[in-house]
Design a binder for this molecule. Structure first.
Ligand code: ACM
Ligand code: ZN
Length: 767
């Protein structure tokens, strides 16, 4: 849809110039200049341009190797309609050449563009491939279109590019277990990776919540392990057949990407253990986990059968993945079961292992041997350092930089993926406006600023840092579109971190180049993140004047309307605090320089009066609670005919509020009064399903995932007591167990920064 808009814009601009004098097409601003991401090592601009046409020829001198020529031809044909592969070309030429004598690293290339000739020279076939990606990025962004665009001049500015990557490992990780990613969507990520010169796809295939790869010897792994019953009661499933895995691996290979499988062990294995409980300590039975988090049941380290099973699984997996690396997980393995398992304890005695961390190390070393027999290098998350690092292991540092530094100091290779910069499941904007995420805050700039070589690591050890990777854990990415929203454009920032020299990076320049990349992503139908207007909540009340100030997670234009209409790129531009003295529906959105607009926020601004407190008879702190056992997903599940039990409740401050458990779903309705300390306008936010105060339904999260509720509302309250009703459904929605937060309400007086958690002192029991 957006592409059509871009095309219309181009046509309109073209028409204006045509009506002028010469037949010269306007260049869209996002196509002006050079916008390559990641930024090449050196670009020398020359005079003139090469114009790609149906007369252009392609000459390939690459020893019959795949250098991406077919993909290039296919892309050019799709967008331009030109068949460069057809014979007898009389026009300008593009030549592809492998020259092993280039003084660049193995993936390096040079690209010379002159009016009659483009020459891409790679040190290897990979170098030529990356040179071709750069060539594509010199063309107008519409070269990524999947439909022929006819009225476009396909100019390539004359340049000389010399380029090579900074790091050899340039990755993207994808968890397809928490939420499944169909093959076509995986391919979209691989296309994006190729475009930004990433070369390792780390495919997280097994988890507590699913096993997603067909293993012929153990069919129950997918028959049972690929499905779970969600807390809401629906079945969720999906897996890849071995044929589909081969298809993805081939697709990646054509794009110079190695696919690294991750088969998690010894923890995060509940899906496998549900299918084959005999490889656990207790023998089960189990259910595939429908909560996020970490499962205590793990593979039994005392049973020989466990290693035989894993060895058989690995036999089949290595046959599908030619990559030199194999990821065994190794993170977050609770030791509870091993501590009480006779066989695990026997193993520890027999092997002289001092504690369960050493038992984990023993486990990982045995798997290392299996992988070595297949000629594979083992990667593990940084917990594999605990209890002794396996001799040949490559460490993936995720809990900050320390694991990576320690491993490099032990002369082990390292991939840096510290969560503060590399976790693409973290929020990229304010949690009150963004779709629910796991937590954290990693806006685009933070990803861009990441430096993979830790300052605390000696220069002599820095050679062990192979590169970095964006990690995509999909607990709170319920659809492939939401995954794209979280991944892009942050992956492009990490691509530049990986490829470009640190002193060649520049945030403002990156932002400028990003405009062109956005249009490329539009062509690829990628649902990338656009900042949202942040600041006010959606329900603002005022006494005299409402003041609305917007911020954004990075510099971007905010537009708005006040007449209820949908804002577009031409709407009023926000520059400073808006003031309102009458009821208004304020609609606001962010607009990129390309003209593309973010989702629209609707903010209801209402004049109000302070609600008087009431003179209620109360008898101490707390609330009355009516409660019932059962699965209540929304408040509609509460039936008038039900009889509920009653008790008084102290609403003790969290944590923990222990009366609720995800194993015993229930619902509670709390009633009583809230004591407001001073007159004022208050903002309320809660993880409850509903929160009523002064007889208004102020916050309604009914049916949503409430881990970080976005629903914030304001109300003007007089000092004193106000009736409240709290509706708490102790259920699991979207993998989030409501009891982890308990029935919490937070509030703050307008203008205050810190939120206050309501506790027993805030509430009064009715007499
Ligand atoms: C991880 O994020 N648990 C590696
Ligand atoms: Zn055991």
């Amino acid at each position: 849809m957006f592409l059509r808009k871009v095309l219309t814009m181009c046509c309109v601009a073209g028409f204006v110039l045509l009506a002028g004098c010469q037949k010269k097409q306007a260049v869209a601003t996002y196509n002006e200049g050079i916008n390559i991401v990641p930024k090449p090592e050196s670009i020398q601009e020359r005079i003139g341009e090469f114009v790609l046409s149906d007369k252009t020829g392609l000459v390939v001198n690459c020893n019959n190797q795949n250098v991406g020529q077919d993909l290039f031809l296919e892309k050019v044909k799709k967008a331009t309609g030109f068949d460069l592969a057809a014979n007898e070309k009389q026009g300008n030429t593009i030549e592809l050449l492998i020259d092993e004598s280039l003084t660049l690293n193995d993936e390096g290339y040079t690209l010379s563009v002159q009016p009659e000739k483009v020459l891409v020279t790679g040190k290897t076939n990979k170098g030529v491939f990356y040179g071709l990606q750069t060539l594509l990025q010199l063309l107008p962004a519409e070269i990524e279109s999947d439909k022929v665009i006819t009225d476009m001049t396909w100019r390539i500015p004359a340049v000389k590019v010399i380029d090579q990557p900074r790091f050899v490992y340039r990755g993207m990780h994808l968890d397809v277990c928490r939420h499944f990613v169909p093959v076509d969507d995986v391919k979209k990520h691989l296309d994006m990776m190729a475009m930004c010169k990433l070369n390792k796809f780390h495919w997280h295939l097994t988890e507590d919540q699913a096993w997603r790869i067909e293993i012929k010897k153990y069919p129950l792994l997918t028959e049972i392990g690929s499905k779970r019953i969600e807390g809401e009661g629906t079945e969720y499933g999906g897996f890849y057949t071995q044929e589909q895995i081969k298809e993805v691996v081939k697709y990646a290979q054509e794009r110079m990407i190695d696919v690294i499988p991750e088969i998690e062990l010894p923890g995060h294995a509940l899906a496998a253990l549900t299918a084959y409980p005999q490889f656990s300590c207790t023998g089960g039975p189990f259910k595939v986990r429908n909560l996020w988090g970490v499962e205590p049941d793990v593979y039994c380290a005392g049973k020989e059968e466990t290693f035989e099973f894993l060895s058989n699984v690995i036999d089949e997996v290595v046959a599908l993945f030619p990559s030199e690396y194999f990821h065994i997980g190794g993170d977050e393995c609770p030791k509870d079961r091993w501590k009480t398992c006779a066989l695990c304890q026997k193993r520890m005695r027999k092997e002289g292992l001092k504690n369960e961390h050493e038992l984990q190390s023993y486990f990982v070393r045995r798997v290392e041997k299996i992988l070595q027999a297949h000629g594979k290098k083992m990667i593990g998350w940084d917990e594999i350092l605990e209890g002794g690092l396996a001799e040949s292991a490559v460490v993936m540092s995720w809990r900050g930089e320390k694991g990576g530094i320690d491993a490099a100091n032990l002369e082990h290779d390292v991939i840096m993926t510290p969560y503060q910069w590399c976790y693409l499941d973290w929020y990229q904007g304010n949690e009150n406006v963004e779709p629910v995420a796991i937590g954290g805050y990693t806006p685009l700039k933070r990803c861009y600023e990441y430096e993979p070589l830790p300052a605390a690591l000696d220069a002599a050890k820095q050679k062990h840092i192979l590169g970095t990777q964006g990690n995509v854990w999909t607990e709170y990415m319920y659809t492939p579109q939401l995954i794209e929203y979280r991944v892009y454009p942050r992956l492009l920032a990490l691509a530049e971190v990986n490829w470009s020299a640190a002193d060649n990076k520049n945030w403002e320049d990156f932002l400028k180049r990003l405009d062109n990349q956005f249009v490329r992503m539009d062509c690829k139908h990628i649902n990338y993140h656009i900042p949202l207007p942040e600041g006010p909540c959606n329900n603002v009340v005022f006494l005299d004047t409402a003041r609305i100030a917007f911020t954004t997670s990075r510099p971007v234009k905010v537009v708005y309307t006040t007449n209820g209409s949908e804002p577009d790129a031409e709407s009023a531009v926000y520059t400073d605090t808006l003031k309102f003295t009458a009821n208004t529906t304020l609609k606001a959105a962010c607009v990129l320089n390309t003209g593309k607009i973010s989702p629209v926020r609707t903010i209801t601004i209402s004049k109000t009066e302070t609600i008087p407190s009431i003179d209620a008879k109360v008898k101490g702190n707390g609330l009355n609670e009516a409660y019932n056992a059962g699965t209540y997903i929304t408040t509609n599940d509460i039936k008038d005919s039900e009889t509920w039990k009653k008790r008084t409740n102290k609403m003790a401050p969290i944590p923990p509020y222990t009366d609720y458990s995800y194993q015993q779903p229930s619902a509670s309705i709390f009633t009583g009064f809230m004591n407001i300390e001073a007159d004022g306008i208050y903002e309320f936010n809660t993880d409850l399903d509903q929160f009523y105060i002064a007889n208004q339904l102020l916050v309604d999260n009914n049916g949503e995932v409430k881990r970080f509720s976005r629903n914030v509302s304001t109300i003007a309250l007089q000092k004193g007591l106000h009736p409240v009703k709290l509706v708490y459904l102790n259920n699991i929605i979207g993998g989030w167990p409501q009891c982890w937060n308990g029935p919490k309400v937070r509030y703050r007086k307008l203008g205050e920064k810190a939120w206050k958690m309501a506790d027993s002192n805030s509430y009064r029991l009715q007499k």
